[in-house]
Design a protein around this ligand. Sequence first.
Ligand SMILES: *[C@@H]1O[C@H](CO)[C@@H](O)[C@H](O)[C@H]1NC(C)=O
Ligand SMILES: *[C@@H]1O[C@H](CO)[C@@H](O)[C@H](O)[C@H]1NC(C)=O
Length: 388
Amino acid sequence: MPKSALLLFSLLIVIHLSPSSAYNVVSFGARGDGRTDSTAAFLRAWKAACSSAKPASVSVPRGKYLLNSIWFVGPCRSRIVFEMSGTIVAPDNYNVIGNSEFWILFYKVSQLTVVGGTVDAKGHAFWSCRQRNGRCPGGARSITFQWCNNVVISGLTSLNSQTIHIAINHSNNIKIQNVKITAPSGSPNTDGIHIQSSRGITVTSSTIGTGDDCISIGPGSMNLWIEKIGCGPGHGISIGSLGNSANEEGVQNVTVTNSVFTKTQNGVRVKAWARPYGSYARNLVFRNLIMRNVGNPIIIDQKYCPDNSCPRESSGLRVSQVLYRNIKGTSSTQAAMTFVCSASKPCYGIKLQDIKLTYVNTLRRPTVAYCEHADGYTTGSVSPRSCL
Ligand SMILES: *[C@@H]1O[C@H](CO)[C@@H](O)[C@H](O)[C@H]1NC(C)=O
Ligand SMILES: *[C@@H]1O[C@H](CO)[C@@H](O)[C@H](O)[C@H]1NC(C)=O
């Protein structure tokens, strides 16, 4: 074999054996100048990676990349790593992404890892439009995973989303770890992570501070593990709102553990509409939690109806088997524990163990527990005194 042919032959072998192919968005025309629309370039890089016969990576190097609404659609031929060192920014005009429900959407993608990077939706102008009741678009979530399985999201930072920062919908086996989510405390509906119709989701070692729930768990969520979360500012970790429509799926097997809540409106909350639709929230575990100056550290509220559209209706949602264990710290209101359950579907199996929640007020009044239609028992030492 001539020397050049031999070289070509070995080169082909090397290419063939290399474990993965890398697709750098810059080589597909993206510009990290914060001004040039790089949407088409990102899509070309995605398409190349997604059709690769061997594991592929899309890499986003340092720089700021301006993206319009973008859909990364699967299924892909092999596993994909979306590797970000740079920042993705939204256009200054909030209508550009705000008129579609999604800014960055991963749709029907499995075996995906998203590592590092920052996404900045620059939501301020959109929120002020909403706050002055202007003519605003519906708003976009920053990153959504819809119909995705086996995804890892690691080391991502999400800033100032128009609405939800990270949404998981119809997806299974998703690991979210070491993420940082930030929006101002007054920003409307900027939930940190929203999970719905999904199973096997873990969220660990993450810091979330927003204007709404740090984590919200919607209907159809099962087998969730939430650990080592720093939550605040925001509305806490919420299961709900549930029971808003007929044929809604329930929520079961959710654990929230080893987490700290700082100056949040709620700590751990179960929230259901005062509407008659039958559904359930069961097998919930809240343990090893620290509350620092939290409005309602422990709360079940089945009379949720902010717009007063459900007068005299009672929630058809059954809440059962809820464990609260080793929850300590301070409450910014006297009502440290509230269990407002449904008259037609009382809560049962609520277990309180080793709770100590004191009132931050200098008057040093004791905290209290408040119950309606709630049944359960306590073990260990529980303060405020249980009303179950
Ligand atoms: C989840 O998907 C369903 C059906 O496609 C849709 O109606 C719903 O609005 C989605 N919710 C979220 C939070 O993405
Ligand atoms: C509950 O969820 C956890 C975490 O996802 C999972 O490991 C466990 O197997 C689930 N338990 C049941 C009974 O399904």
